[in-house]
Design a binder for this molecule. Structure first.
Ligand SMILES: [Zn+2]
Ligand SMILES: [Zn+2]
Length: 240
């Protein structure tokens, strides 16, 4: 409980109409982030509870405006809310398109999508576009420049003491001369160091578990070191 002040949710950051709210970021439990500008409504890492949090906080009108979902990686604490969110949008008769961006090779998202289309495809009121991210090229979405970058997130394989890298991304969102860098889950890595530096807000995971010696997450010291190179930073994903 020592670092309680580091993870009091929701965390909010706002510069004019560039707004981000982290409803939750707890390893092995759930993540959920809303990013908006005057013209954009994005969700990042819709973990379990995202629909409940959005519904309570911003309501159906805003949820129906969501045009893009950004997934950093396929772990359940980052995607557990996808199914209910997609279903809700259909029940509420969302119109238009919904893009889901995810790292190349992220089986979880492709599997959820396939199963979802099988069940609801015929009655779906909107179109889902799966957007596999294969490189680090930036692109524009509703006035926001999105720059994906590869990070180093791993999971322990069946044979203990071996960790395997999984498809995982961080995202940098640039709008109106301001930038937000979100690293997702990662061990200390150069790409995050580079993108967090000088950003207006860096959101850095500090999920290292003291008993786990494998290089899966960052310690609070490592995460703070990166965070301090940005103008402001949040440490997230701290174990509770
Ligand atoms: Zn996680
Ligand atoms: Zn993870």
């Amino acid at each position: 409980m020592k670092n309680k002040s580091l993870h009091k949710y929701p965390l909010v950051w706002k510069k004019d109409d560039f707004f981000i709210k982290i409803y939750s970021s707890i390893p092995n439990i759930s993540t959920g982030i809303l990013l908006t500008t005057e013209k954009a409504t994005f969700i990042i890492d819709p973990g379990d509870g995202i629909l409940r949090d959005l519904s309570k906080d911003v309501g159906a009108i805003t949820i129906l405006k969501v045009s893009d979902i950004f997934i950093t990686h396929g772990h359940h604490d980052h995607i557990g809310g996808v199914w209910s969110l997609l279903t809700y949008l259909s029940v509420m008769q969302k119109k238009g398109e919904l893009n889901i961006y995810y790292p190349k090779g992220c089986m979880e998202i492709e599997s959820i999508y396939k199963a979802f289309i099988k069940v609801y495809g015929k009655e779906l009121s909107y179109k889902i576009n799966l957007k596999e991210i294969k490189n680090e090229k930036s692109f524009q979405r509703n006035s926001v420049t999105v720059r994906p970058f590869e990070v180093n997130h791993r999971e322990v394989s069946q044979e203990k003491n071996i960790s395997i890298k999984i498809p995982s991304l961080g995202f940098k969102f640039v709008y109106d001369g301001k930038s937000i860098c979100y690293g997702g889950d990662t061990a200390y890595c150069d790409s995050l160091v580079k993108h967090a530096k000088n950003s207006d807000l860096a959101i850095i995971e500090a999920g290292a578990d003291k008993e786990n010696k494998l290089d899966l997450h960052m310690t609070i010291e490592q995460a703070s070191q990166i965070g301090k190179t940005a103008k402001e930073y949040f440490l997230v994903h701290v174990p509770e």
